[in-house]
Write a protein that binds this ligand. Sequence first.
Ligand code: ZN
Length: 102
Amino acid sequence: MMPLFYRRSDESLALKCPECGGFYLQFKNIEVFDVDEDDKNDQGLHVSVDHEVASVDRQLDSVMGKRRHGIVIRFICGECAKQSWFKINQHNGNTLVDFSII
Ligand SMILES: [Zn+2]
């Protein structure tokens, strides 16, 4: 779904929760996926940062499928406690954005 924002009094934008529309989303963890376009062996890199712990592996098919170059930010809502993710990835030369309840 398309991300929605709340305009704060200082003109900055706060991302709204896709479930309740609240704007107290808190970062839960962040993942980065990097796969070379010509890599036939899916030997790309996956980096995850979660609660002050960083891990690096080659688990590329969990969230992004076989798409290359992507970022996933997981949130937890401070109002309704639902979890959501904001994904940015590349596919066929386009940069795709998805914001969904998990
Ligand atoms: Zn919420």
